[in-house]
Design a protein around this ligand. Structure first.
Ligand code: ADP
Ligand code: MG
Length: 430
């Protein structure tokens, strides 16, 4: 099959306040062939939306090349359309007008615009809603308008940026199923689809190939071909096997990254932390300690049973691993001895366990504690630590890392933080 799109060695950076650059995409390679749905799976912030914008010609890379039907992408290309998570409809236009908008830029006769728009509306199951306004529609129907507006131009490539993630579970499932059915019967006026998602099941359900994205910088870390006929049965062993393989792949890489990060920096404080609350950690520990798990579980099972997305589950699992309350290996998560004690303990003992873990395994927490211990005032301004962190990571990562340590320290009463004064101190206000 012919290549619709080639992305080769693409690199994208953004200027940072400090004058240097944030490397978001590095050496990204991918190909989209005719007839394919390719999934991009990665955690938030890994650069997926940035890559879609490059493909859509809305931004330019600092390095590498993007080619669409053999020609370099140098600006918004006709034949590449995008569907967004947020629907992006105009509230003052009707469904029909919103859809027609997609075609008006092309200078077709009015009658053609109307005919094609009505056909797209019909195809995507919006028949009868032509004159409704977006506010009159449910989230699912609004996103159908988003699809119709993208399809009305008969694009060669449809780019979808987490198009189902703002919808409730059933609505999302309906829309996915409808879309796949239309695609499978070749009723969509589209030649290839790139689907960005952080939902592993969604990727396995819809895609012919799944590219797993790594973070910092974003890069295609591995690829998996999903060799199952459509429509796919989510409960079949083969389907679950693909889901498990992706979990294993993604956790293995994250654990590796975490181990590497724990060794970064002279005092190890340069380890970025994803914000996870002590409540989320306690919650997952309690769930794992209880039946049916008894201390050990398959990550996909936990995600499913706790109704968590990968993006929500991984950071919690990662935090537990960092604090040595659990071990993540392959696709499994297993409570450590300390994790089991935590599960059985009363609140005060939990705080003690947490406090010890913070001081032993989170260099930033130990560092802040030490500074506070050494100062006569036993206090220090937030800016002092933020500046220090920004030597190691981007501004937003530094903010998030500090916020995480604050919430962990508060829970364990290792030190306290006054939000109004932006001051850390050893005193615990009661
Ligand atoms: P994803 O879609 O995978 O969640 P994004 O592509 O939205 O990730 O963002 C990747 C990284 O690039 C983030 O750290 C984000 O802050 C940064 N970023 C994205 N767009 C810009 C921009 N216009 N200016 C500066 N930084 C940006
Ligand atoms: Mg995004």
């Amino acid at each position: 099959m012919a290549d619709l799109l080639n992305v080769e060695h693409v690199r994208r950076t953004f200027p940072r306040g400090s004058g240097d650059e944030l490397l978001v995409l590095d050496d990204v390679n991918l190909t989209l062939r005719e007839g394919e749905i390719v999934g991009l799976l990665g955690r938030s912030g890994s650069g997926k939306s940035t890559l879609l914008r490059l493909i859509a010609g809305l931004a330019r890379p600092q390095g590498g090349t993007l080619t669409y039907l053999g020609a370099p992408i140098e600006g918004p290309a006709r034949g590449v359309a995008m569907v967004f998570q947020s629907f992006a409809l105009f509230p003052w236009l009707t469904v029909l007008e919103n859809v027609q908008l997609g075609l008006e830029a092309q200078g077709l006769p009015l009658q053609d615009i109307r005919t094609r728009s009505l056909a797209a509306i019909d195809l995507i199951g919006l028949d009868g809603y032509e004159s409704a306004y977006p506010r009159e529609l449910s989230g699912g129907m609004r996103q159908r308008v988003g699809f119709a507006r993208a399809m009305v131009v008969h694009p060669n490539i449809l780019l979808m940026d987490e198009p189902f993630s703002a919808l409730d579970v059933l609505t999302a499932e309906n829309l996915r199923t409808d879309l796949i059915e239309l695609w499978d019967k070749r009723q969509l006026p589209i030649k290839g689809i790139i689907l960005v998602t952080h939902n592993i099941e969604e990727a396995v359900q819809m895609c012919d190939r799944v590219l797993m994205f790594s973070s910092n910088p974003g890069r295609v870390a591995s690829e998996l071909k999903i060799d199952l006929p459509q429509p796919r049965d989510r409960t079949s062993p083969a389907f679950e096997d693909y889901v498990d393989r992706i979990y294993v792949e993604m956790t293995a890489r994250r654990v590796e990254r975490l181990r590497a990060a724990q060794m970064v920096g002279p005092q190890g404080i340069g380890m970025p932390l994803t914000h996870v609350s002590p409540n989320q950690i306690s919650g997952l520990i309690e769930a794992l300690a209880a039946p049916p798990y008894g201390g050990k579980a398959d990550l996909p099972d936990v995600a499913y049973e706790q109704e968590l997305e990968v993006d929500e589950l991984f950071p919690v699992a990662e935090a537990m691993q960092l604090l040595r309350l659990a071990e993540v290996e392959g696709g499994d998560i297993k409570l450590t001895h300390m994790g089991k004690r935590f599960a059985d303990a009363e609140l005060n003992e939990r705080k003690e366990i947490f406090s010890r873990a913070l001081q032993s395994y989170v260099p930033l927490a130990a560092h802040i504690k030490k500074v506070l211990d050494e100062r006569a005032s036993h206090s220090a301004p937030r800016a002092r630590f933020l500046d220090e962190l920004e030597d190691h990571m981007a501004e937003d990562a530094a903010e998030e890392t500090l916020k995480t340590v604050v919430s962990w320290a508060r829970f364990s009463e290792l030190f306290s933080y006054n939000d109004d004064a932006e001051v850390f101190s050893l005193e615990n206000p009661t």
